[in-house]
Design a binder for this molecule. Structure first.
Ligand code: NAD
Ligand code: ZN
Ligand code: ZN
Length: 344
């Protein structure tokens, strides 16, 4: 089968032919319908070898949807041809946090060598994907697979970030979304569907700001050195109750802190190397700062339910598998509006 692989440290991904996997006991083989392209893949492909933590080659793709192609021995409850989305942050399934559905924070994944597909295990950017356990699969239930595939990360990750702050997103509050790309443009829609907050979106190009407005941002402003001051002006000097930073680079984490209200939540989702020091006097009183990772199993079910209710309009650009390297180039250059999706 064809697969998109990251093969050499620092090199671009390549389309190669690899053996089609067969499901072992307890596993499920999916025929991949669509796989999403995430900026985290670019971060992975920029890491020096010693930070990578797993061997190459790596078949990319940690957002996947497909249809059940074959069941390993002992698997039941799924039928061939059924359309499913893949919950990506696999855990052991048995520890306390896994039992709570939080496999993204599995206590034993590192020790057991469990890695998400596309981030250590072979991923969804291939004709077939081997899934270790049927519990990682959520029925699509009629959703368009191409527009649903980003929900497994670009939907689930902001959903998890927003859920932690729901108590602060009251009527009259302001939520800022920094970076309105794959994750950010879904975050705006999630905020609209789940809260009454006023949404201020920040990005660096007019195209991205236009997308932000079209998916529901009340205000969309350029993310420049004045951004924090602009958010203060827009909030009568108070600042934002919730700031979601989908860039996480030094200028955006600094701006996120500078635009926070007293008792705000600042959530740094982007992995751009920025930090935000917490200490008396460095931020407004009682600001909490968190850097969450992905989302929980139950939250993926909730995000897909929200999509089925018609609340989410994910913008996608589609590419054939041979054009996957081009999709990464365009994402790197900031040219993708919404999410790039590969159709293997
Ligand atoms: P993306 O490239 O689709 O979107 C990033 C957006 O940020 C783009 O629209 C870009 O124009 C904008 N941007 C760049 N610099 C900016 C600045 N200074 N101010 C405002 N906007 C700016 O990326 P994505 O796939 O949506 O991922 C976003 C980030 O989240 C990445 O860092 C990715 O690695 C990370 N991520 C983290 C998790 C997690 O679990 N924590 C999960 C998925 C992705
Ligand atoms: Zn991702
Ligand atoms: Zn676990």
């Amino acid at each position: 089968m064809k697969a998109v692989q990251y093969r050499t440290i620092g090199a671009a991904p390549e389309v190669v032919t690899v053996p089609t996997p067969e499901p072992g006991p307890g596993q499920v083989l999916l025929k991949v319908t669509a796989a999403g392209v995430c900026h985290s893949d670019i971060a992975v492909m920029s890491m020096p070898a010693e930070r990578l933590g797993f061997p190459l080659p790596l078949t990319l793709g940690h957002e996947g949807v497909g249809t059940v192609a074959a069941l390993g021995a002992g698997v039941d409850g799924l039928s061939e041809g059924e359309a499913v989305a893949v919950y990506g942050p696999w855990g052991c399934g048995r520890c306390l946090t896994c039992a709570q559905g939080k496999e993204n924070y599995c206590l034993r994944a590192a020790e057991l060598g469990i890695r998400p597909p596309g981030l250590g295990a072979p991923g969804a950017m291939a004709e077939y994907l081997l899934v270790d356990d049927p519990r990682h699969l959520v029925p699509l239930g009629g959703l368009d697979p191409v527009r649903a595939v980003p929900l497994t990360d670009a939907g689930l990750t902001p959903y998890h970030a927003i859920k932690r702050s729901l108590g602060k997103l009251l009527p009259g509050s302001t939520a800022v979304v920094i970076g309105t790309g794959g994750l950010g443009h879904v975050a705006i829609q999630l905020l609209r569907a789940m809260t009454a907050a006023r949404i201020v979106a920040l990005d660096v190009t007019e195209e991205k700001l236009a997308l932000a407005r079209s998916v529901g941002a009340h205000e969309a402003v350029l993310s420049d050195a004045r951004a924090a001051a602009t958010v203060r002006e827009l909030t009568g000097g108070v600042g934002a109750q919730v700031v979601l930073d989908f860039v996480g680079a030094p200028p955006t984490t600094a701006a996120a802190g500078a635009m926070a209200a007293v008792e705000a939540d600042v959530t740094i989702v982007g992995i751009g190397g920025g930090t935000l020091p917490v200490g008396f006097g460095s931020l407004p009183y009682e600001v909490s700062v968190a850097s969450p990772y992905w989302g929980t199993r139950d939250e993926l079910i909730e995000v897909l339910d929200l999509a089925r209710a018609g609340a989410l309009d994910v913008h996608v650009e589609t590419y054939g598998i041979d054009d996957a390297p081009l999709a990464y180039e365009r994402l790197h250059a900031g040219l993708v509006n919404g999410r790039a999706v590969i159709l293997p």
